[in-house]
Design a protein around this ligand. Structure first.
Ligand SMILES: Nc1ncnc2c1ncn2[C@@H]1O[C@H](COP(=O)(O)OP(=O)(O)OP(=O)(O)O)[C@@H](O)[C@H]1O
Length: 486
């Protein structure tokens, strides 16, 4: 265990690091974050004892580092410095072998089997065996970095201090290196303290983070306690936005640029929709912020092309996402810029209407196939049958995340009310249907104009969505029934 207490120090008279206290358990990884010049490297030098502390203490398993002999300390603690003093003409193997120095004894130390095994293992972990006899001054920056990390690993110390270990590495090698270090920490109970410039990487890999601001701890704790917009913005003096990692409960941040191209003013109108036998299409001059449950590009994103494609009743495909993606490409659109839905309803039976509100306006487009309508309260134990009401709500306004989700709720309630109004029945239970089995919904916004924080039924936006989706769905059901002669 590494215990740092009230650590204070710097260069000459000037203290750069002030009163830093933390503890890192065995098998755990602490990430140190902070802007340039905040004192991260100085803190590392104080921890490793390279720089004597003015005040405070560093203890390893209860023993102050001042009470260790230099070689004894080097067996406990391995350091990867920020800048490497290049060993001219040294080969990879020779450079890594230097990491075994603390384990050699006597004047004429001999190279033991243990030394050999440690060097070979370190080369394997960093995947650099193939460079074994290469001179390091002929290697790329990233390759050299892996050699120096291997040197630190070969030292077989229980504490690893790393100053920007991912420096120079491409994204795959960043991941490989941090996976390896994390694995070593867990399997060999290493204690790892590492400086990071990449806040997202630090959040993903570290158990604890320490945010340094002008030599003092601004925040410390688990990633979700430290990677917070207000603290990152205050310390780094830049605008950021928090967002969830797609697979892990580790917060991530995105930089918000200080300069943007002046936005092209755009207005979504019903006239700009194109309806052909194959699809209903809306193409926007600007990317719209979109949330949807579409077949292609579901979830949240920014898109310019919106397609509701007609497929026959008989359409069956093992991988409809792949098939739909191919269709989009064949039509000359980019899959990465398109939200795509499918329906068996004839495209000519789409209802597209424009609604004005005090905030701006919205265009609502609905296709409603109700052949396989479902009463959601009685949906248990039924075979899957496709039937689709596709609802699009395109808004000229700037929606909050909350408004996007509320817009979906309001639209769903309005759709259900429309089915009730039209007396659409669930054929299996003979009760009023609430929707169909595979309905899709899409909310997209220009993110220009009035800021719209909410979209519940009593807001101006919610009123437009509620009325509009109800009217369009009622009309679309009517057209569907007429076409089917129901
Ligand atoms: N050898 C030195 N002698 C005197 N001052 C130094 C020395 N090294 C660093 N400093 C000063 O200490 C302060 C903190 O530097 P440090 O290297 O610890 O910052 P850092 O957080 O690691 O920065 P970076 O992100 O740029 O690596 C800086 O103002 C720097 O000028």
């Amino acid at each position: 265990m590494l215990q740092v207490s009230q650590l204070t120090g710097g260069y000459g008279e000037k203290n750069i690091v002030n009163g830093v206290t933390f503890r890192v358990k065995k098998g755990s990884m602490l990430g140190i974050l902070g802007p340039n010049g905040s004192g991260k490297s100085t803190l590392m030098k104080l921890i490793s004892g390279i720089l004597p502390a003015q005040q405070g203490a560093v203890e390893i398993d209860g023993k102050a580092i001042a009470n260790f002999l230099p070689k004894e300390l080097a067996r406990k603690m391995a350091v990867l410095p920020q800048l490497h003093a290049h060993a001219f003409e040294h080969t990879v193997r020779e450079t890594i072998s230097l990491g075994r120095y603390p384990h050699q004894s006597g004047w004429f130390s001999s190279w033991s089997e243990e030394d050999e095994a440690a060097v070979v293992e370190a080369m394997r972990l960093m995947n650099i065996q193939q460079y074994e006899n290469k001179s390091i001054d002929r290697m790329s920056g990233g390759e050299q970095q892996r050699v120096f990390v291997a040197q630190a690993l070969a030292q077989n110390a229980s504490i690893l201090l790393l100053d920007e270990p991912t420096n120079h590495l491409d994204i795959n090698h960043q991941k490989e290196l941090l996976d390896t270090i994390k694995k070593q920490a867990l399997e060999k109970e290493l204690t790892v303290v590492s400086i990071f410039h990449d806040i997202n990487l630090a959040s993903m890999y570290c158990d604890q983070l320490l945010l340094l601001d002008q030599g003092k701890i601004k925040r410390m704790g688990e990633p979700h306690e430290v990677v917070r917009e207000q603290d990152i913005e205050a310390v780094y003096k830049t605008r950021v936005s928090n967002h969830p990692h797609p697979e892990l409960p580790k917060p991530q941040i995105t930089l918000l640029p200080g300069i943007n191209r002046p936005a092209v003013q755009a207005k979504i109108t019903a006239e700009d929709f194109a309806v052909s036998a194959d699809y209903v299409l809306y193409q926007s001059p600007i990317s719209l912020k979109t949330v949807s449950s579409a077949v292609i590009n579901a979830g949240a994103g920014w898109y310019r092309t919106f397609m509701n494609r007609h497929v026959d009743d008989t359409y069956e495909c093992d991988d409809s996402t792949q098939e739909m993606a191919m269709f989009i490409e064949q039509q000359g659109f980019m899959v990465t810029d398109t939200v795509g839905m499918m329906t068996a309803v004839r495209t000519e039976d789409v209802v597209i209407k424009e609604y004005e509100g005090s905030f701006g306006s919205a265009v609502i487009a609905v296709t409603a196939g109700v052949g396989n309508a479902v009463d959601v309260s009685k949906a248990l134990d039924r075979a899957v049958k496709v039937g689709t009401i596709n609802t699009w709500i395109l808004i000229n306004g700037e929606l909050s995340d909350e408004a996007f989700i509320q817009a979906m709720i309001t639209a769903t309630e309005a759709k259900t009310k429309a089915l009730h109004h039209e007396g659409v029945m669930d054929p299996l239970t003979n009760t009023i249907a609430t929707g169909t089995s595979t309905d899709s919904c899409l909310v997209a916004a220009t993110q220009q104009g009035e800021h719209l924080p909410y979209a519940g039924p009593i807001t101006e936006l919610g009123k437009v969505i509620g009325t509009g989706v109800f009217e369009c769905t009622v009309e679309a059901i009517g057209l569907y029934r007429e076409a089917k002669k129901l």
